[in-house]
Design a protein around this ligand. Structure first.
Ligand code: CA
Length: 234
């Protein structure tokens, strides 16, 4: 199998080199772009399968790069992992809302970075159109045709919003979604549904999930994710 090209957009040479070595050891091909301009040239030339994106770059912001890539049809499918300094939650939230798939905070452990890269690529390959989602060894089954949730063997009755939240998170287990994204998915983009009330619905959803309550995980300052069992082993 040809190795997969990953583009590292990062202006700090040491961090970029660390990421590159890491990826190469795991048999990925990696290229470094130190600013936005060279990043766009490199994307055109190499068509990377994934981008690691630093947010503070000398010539433009990583968020602008993200926005641009997601707006162009030939690059909109390339998954982006935002690599951001710990504590920059609002940038992470903006990145996710602009279409980034995931994020890693600096300083990152090489192991975590690789795990996130692999998880993103795996999801990309298995973009399922399956209407039945089965997770946690069948303990949680969501049938989206019937809007039915079976939790630990018995049917769980959820409100439309609770169901919407669970289904939205379950479509991409392990990946964080912001409150705004969740609100838009359950109520539509222009509904004005207040994203703050998502917390209330999540609390109620967790109660109904009983023994599986903890699978809906709060990611402080960012949003929620469905804690995927096989992600925990990575
Ligand atoms: Ca930087």
């Amino acid at each position: 199998m040809a190795s997969k090209q990953i583009l590292i957009i990062e202006d700090e040479p040491e961090i970029a080199a660390l990421q590159k070595t890491n990826l190469q050891r795991a048999n990925f091909d990696a290229e470094i772009a130190g600013d936005g301009k060279s990043a766009f040239l490199s994307i055109k030339k190499t068509k990377p399968v994934l981008i690691l994106l630093d947010l503070m770059l000398p010539d433009m912001s990583g968020l602008d790069i993200c926005k641009k890539l997601k707006a162009q049809s030939d690059t909109s499918d390339i998954p982006i992992i935002v690599v951001s300094a710990l504590g920059d939650e609002s940038d992470i939230v903006s990145g996710l809302e602009l279409g980034a798939t995931d994020y890693v905070t600096k300083p990152f452990s090489p192991k975590v970075l690789l795990a996130r890269v692999r998880a993103v690529l795996r999801r990309q390959e298995s973009k399922s159109t399956n209407n039945i989602i089965s997770l946690f060894g069948g303990d949680l089954v969501i049938d989206n045709d019937k809007h039915k949730v079976v939790c630990d063997g018995s049917v769980t009755h959820l409100t439309t919003t609770e169901y919407g939240i669970l289904y939205y998170l379950a479509r991409r287990p392990g990946f964080v979604r912001t409150r705004e994204q969740i609100a838009q998915s359950t109520h539509g983009e222009s509904s004005g549904f207040p994203s703050r009330t998502i917390d209330v619905h999540v609390t109620s959803l967790r109660k109904k999930l009983g023994t599986l309550a903890s699978v809906v995980e709060t990611v402080r300052g960012v949003g929620y994710r469905l804690n995927e069992a096989d992600n925990q082993c990575e």
